[in-house]
Ligand binder design. Structure first.
Ligand code: PBG
Length: 324
């Protein structure tokens, strides 16, 4: 006789649901949204089916539609007009710029809504890099000075979590200090702590026209051959006062998500990035997979690996499937 028959616990849907160790719900999802400032109607993003670059008015309706589906958390990514970009990313610290304007409007709609705002220079920088470029080099400390101000402008407008995604050294401590100095002690910091120089950001850069004009991001984003380096980056950001630590991308980095969830006693977020989203859509269009089922499997696996919070372009789709 067999002493163990694990199949007994899989005998029916009810039994399987009863013993399920993880489940995803929209309360753990953050929906990234793209907004353009010189648009009069939404533009669909070629490389990301179902995703739009919203005009300033359209985004408000989209946020409300998502809220009604049970999504309360959003990450805002701006597409700034070319005319406003310069080598010093001046528009990044404009208190009347697109992002601060939107933060105010969205927070006014519903105070329960939680906003994560990107702190990095690439949407504002004519060089397309996350930091200031000079003679072929990204300047670290000069960039951090701008990021500090950028974070305060976003906090002042009402951002819940400023989210540095730039990978400059020392920015979390510098931003925390500047926020506190200016009275924004309640504003959180979600650090893109372990952000890899990934091949999976392509559709996002398409969506925002934010690809670097020269070179790549490998002197600041991490090398995908490393995992100890990720834990080092996360430890530094944890010690400097981050409230949430992110691993990005998610799918090729489930080991990093898992290790960091064991290592740190603060929430871990993972970003299911644009390329990961588009791959699934393309496979479904080619009738190789069932999109609904593959999507749930993918997002559940990120959660199972240890991510408490998942940033995903599938958030709305999942919420529609799950119902309220
Ligand atoms: C840049 C930023 C990127 C993403 C989020 N913030 C792209 C990059 O680093 O070039 C990518 C997100 C995605 O691919 O979905 N600050």
């Amino acid at each position: 006789m067999l002493s163990h028959r694990p199949r007994r616990n899989r005998r029916s849907q009810v039994v399987r649901d009863l013993i399920a160790e993880t489940d995803i719900s929209q309360s753990h999802l953050v929906y990234p949204i793209f907004v353009g400032e010189d648009l009069s109607s939404p533009v669909s993003i070629q490389s990301m089916p179902g995703i739009y670059r919203w005009d300033e008015k359209g985004v408000i309706d989209e946020v409300l539609r998502c809220r009604d589906l049970g999504i309360f958390s959003f990450a805002i990514f701006p597409a700034i007009s070319e005319a406003k970009k310069d080598p010093y990313a001046k528009e990044a610290t404009n208190p009347n710029g697109l992002v601060p304007r939107l933060i105010k409007k969205i927070k006014n709609l519903d105070a329960q809504i939680v906003l994560f705002t990107d702190v990095a220079l690439d949407p504002y920088n004519s060089d397309g890099h996350d930091g200031i470029l000079k003679s072929g080099k990204i300047l670290n400390d000069e960039t951090v000075e701008i990021l500090k101000q950028m974070a305060c402008v976003q906090a002042d407008a009402g951002a819940d979590f400023v989210s540095p995604s730039d990978m400059m050294d020392g920015r979390i401590g510098a931003i925390r200090k500047e926020l506190d100095k200016n009275g924004f002690t309640e504003t959180g910091i979600m650090s893109y702590a372990a952000k890899y120089a990934s091949n999976f950001y392509g559709p996002f850069r398409d969506a925002l026209d934010s690809a670097p004009k020269s070179g790549d991001k490998k002197t600041y984003q991490m090398d995908f051959r490393n995992s100890k380096e990720a834990l080092h980056e996360m430890k530094l950001d944890f010690e400097q006062g981050a409230d949430i630590l992110m691993v990005k991308p998610a799918l090729s980095y489930l080991d990093i998500i898992h290790q960091s969830s064991k290592e740190f006693d603060i929430p871990i977020a993972a970003y299911n990035v644009s390329g990961e989203y588009s791959m699934l859509h393309l496979a479904a269009q080619a009738k190789m997979i069932n999109l609904d089922q593959a999507m749930i499997e993918v997002i559940t696996s990120i959660h199972r690996a240890g991510a408490d919070i998942i940033f995903t372009y599938f958030a709305k789709h999942i919420a529609m499937m799950k119902g309220q």
